[in-house]
Design a protein. Sequence first.
Length: 239
Amino acid sequence: MNPAIKVENVSKSFSKKAVLQKVDLSIEKGQLYGLIGPSGAGKTTLVKMIVGMEKADNGEIQVLNTKMPNLAILQEIGYMAQSDALYAELTGEENLKFFASLYKLNKEEQKNRIAYASGLVNLTDDLKKRVSAYSGGMKRRLSLAIALIQDPKILILDEPTVGIDPELKLSIWNELLRLKNEEGKTIIVTTHVMDEAERCDYVAMVRDGRILTSGTPAELKEKYQVDRFDEVFLKAGVK
Ligand SMILES: Nc1ncnc2c1ncn2[C@@H]1O[C@H](COP(=O)(O)OP(=O)(O)OP(=O)(O)O)[C@@H](O)[C@H]1O
């Protein structure tokens, strides 16, 4: 079976500074894939290239067998950026309606998806408020709801739980696992939190624009002979 996402020999520089160097990765359909690494490692640049927002200098990226960037495939990608791209003067509901209108959803589907996505992130009671009155965490939650709005096959979430309280964080993770297990979604999550990375099926550790190591959390612990997952990163980094 072809992978859902394939990154081959991808490099990217910004003003001569190499930000990604010869990155290869392959993400199976229905996999929850974690990209973990310190700030500035290149995770955001990599996911932006997968979505098609940045162009690789070299190499090739395919999503669902389609070479990126490609506009049509965006119907199948839900992307949650690190900084919220919301309309502050509109309410939460109006934001959701606006983004829903960009996709092929009829009125009924639109209504159902808005109810589902806002409920998931616990924003149902705040939908009538303007986003300018939202807290940082509420904006993150609305951004996550927007990423889910068109029921995409692929979810690409850039640090989705930063600024979100532990209880809601847990329920979001449970929902990500449900989306994967029951609906077969392919999910990429970037994080620098080890406990989140350990919940992924497969993890790639990124540093200085390279994949240091990758594998399932269990494989990585075995490979580096450590009991705790956070030690993998330390050991992989000194090799
Ligand atoms: N548009 C740009 N122009 C110039 N440099 C950039 C640009 N975008 C990213 N960079 C640089 O590329 C490097 C990688 O950034 P990136 O945002 O991909 O890292 P990251 O792993 O996502 O980090 P963080 O967790 O802090 O978001 C950084 O040194 C950053 O300054």
